[in-house]
Design a protein around this ligand. Structure first.
Ligand SMILES: [Zn+2]
Length: 274
């Protein structure tokens, strides 16, 4: 399959007011569930790996699994480092063949975030790798939602101009993990950042945001929607339910139901973005 560079695909999404789904995988089974959904729905997908998942599977192994999977299922897809927390990790992923890396400097001060992001971009450009960065602060899993800092459009403009990033994760009312109350996204802020930067924006914490809100965010400039918590959760929930009343030791009879649950979840996410 001929693959468009992710930065070009994201620009195309920006022009069309559409978004690509990005979801994390954690093992062979979650990857398989995601790929089956993408194949059946004929949709492109961004496969994401965090540092924890890379450490769990091994960088080369995780990369190979994703790359082979995309070829095996004949899917237009990209492999992306999610929340890369150092220049070195981003560099390793770029060198191994990732299509895209995120450098998450959201906990650094503004100048430091610009400095390291720009360095990652410079390195990534040599291999035409897409770079996503985060400005503002989207609460991490388990953190209280008051630990947020909304992205200011003026800052975003300075950040994009000084780093050359291809995509920008913005803090506009979402948070990682499940929500206690329905999140209120700031559509005017999304639109203002989009206007002033003309850069594809990324919505983190997509798990549990109502479909209508996601669509409205996409209409205003979100080009990539991340879903991780729900994927992990449905896989484990399904396994726990099966194993409660079951002593089956053949894992090949147990895992397929959890893989199907992941597939069904991802299909619902594709439908939101269609
Ligand atoms: Zn995230």
């Amino acid at each position: 399959m001929i693959k468009t560079k992710l930065k070009d695909k994201l620009k195309e999404m920006l022009d069309k007011k559409q978004a690509i789904l990005a979801t994390n995988f954690y093992n062979f089974e979650t990857l398989k569930g995601i790929l089956i959904a993408a194949q059946q729905e004929k949709q492109p997908i961004i496969l994401q790996l965090t540092r924890s998942s890379i450490e769990y599977m091994g960088l080369q192994n995780a990369y190979n699994m994703a790359k082979n999977g995309l070829e095996f299922y004949n899917i237009e897809g990209w492999i992306h480092l999610d929340h890369g927390d150092s220049y070195e990790l981003a560099e390793q992923c770029i060198n191994i063949g990732f299509d895209s890396v995120m450098f998450d400097g959201s906990e650094l001060d503004f100048e430091q975030n610009i400095e390291i992001t720009a360095k990652v971009v410079k390195n990534a450009q040599k291999l035409d790798v897409n770079v996503e960065a985060e400005l503002g602060y989207v609460a991490k899993l388990g953190q209280s939602s008051d630990k947020v800092a909304f992205t200011e459009p003026e800052d975003a403009k300075i950040f994009v101009e000084n780093t050359g990033v291809n995509a920008l994760a913005v803090a506009v009312g979402s948070a990682h993990g499940f929500y206690k109350q329905e999140p209120k996204l700031d559509y005017d802020r999304i639109s203002a950042i989009r206007q002033i930067t003309n850069t594809p924006l990324v919505l983190h914490g997509g798990s549990g945001i109502p479909a209508e809100s996601v669509r409205k965010a996409v209409y205003n400039g979100i080009c990539k929607v991340n879903v991780a918590t729900e994927t992990k959760n449905i896989f484990m929930q399904t396994l726990q339910n099966i194993l409660k009343n079951n002593n089956e030791i053949d894992l090949r009879k147990v895992f397929p139901q959890a893989i199907d649950a992941v597939s069904n979840l991802i299909k619902t996410k594709f439908k939101i973005l269609k």
